[in-house]
Design a protein around this ligand. Structure first.
Ligand code: AMP
Length: 184
């Protein structure tokens, strides 16, 4: 059983690392950003509601996010473990997650650390529709205000590790795998 939360700023490499880790540990990669983008592409009611919020770099409501995560975690493939990417992003979401999992919990929360100037350059290069300079600045501001406090939250509530997110994809993956395997 491997229930993992991957934390870090946008552009820290969470998505890339989660794809590699999902293949390595045979557990599903659950990205709330990917689920929201799929809803936007489908033009569903949820997508319509989320699009403007995402384009501005703001956070979709905790209630909506907890609803989609609850549905996703109830799927059969998530029963043997999962990698959460881009969730939780607020303390309400983190508390909601632990409530959903109770009496189980998260095995390890990992923070991928990358300085602001590096993530900003990476996001500008990525060129997603929500990667405008204004939206990037807003996301970093929200990260500091809402998401960074979760590092302490997970340090208290479960196992927590931080890894250096600079270097090649495989170097960063090696650091993360060492932390996960170190738990066993
Ligand atoms: P990401 O793919 O994780 O960079 O997310 C893209 C956008 O989706 C974010 O900027 C938010 O607008 C929204 N989003 C994704 N995950 C969450 C979440 N856990 N809580 C609130 N908004 C989210």
């Amino acid at each position: 059983m491997t229930r993992l939360v991957i934390l870090g700023k946008q552009g820290a490499g969470k998505g890339t690392q989660c794809v590699l880790l999902a293949a390595h540990y045979h557990i599903p990669h659950i990205s709330t950003g990917d689920m929201l983008r799929a809803a936007v592409a489908q033009g569903s009611e949820l997508g319509l509601e989320a699009k403007a919020i995402m384009d501005a770099g703001n956070l979709v409501s905790d209630e909506l996010i907890l609803g989609i995560v609850r549905d996703r975690l109830s799927q059969p493939d998530a029963q043997k473990g999962f990698l959460l990417d881009g969730f939780p992003r607020t303390e309400t979401q983190a508390e909601g997650l632990l409530e959903l999992l109770s009496p189980n919990s998260i095995d390890l929360a990992i923070d991928i650390r990358v300085p602001d100037d590096v993530v900003t350059a990476r996001m500008l290069e990525r060129g997603r529709t929500d990667d405008t300079p204004e939206a990037i600045a807003r996301r970093l501001e929200l990260y500091r205000a809402e998401t960074a406090p979760l590092l302490d939250f997970f340090e208290v509530k479960c196992h927590f590790a931080d890894v250096n997110g600079l270097g090649s994809e495989s170097e960063v993956q090696g650091r993360i795998v060492a932390e996960i395997d170190g738990l066993k």
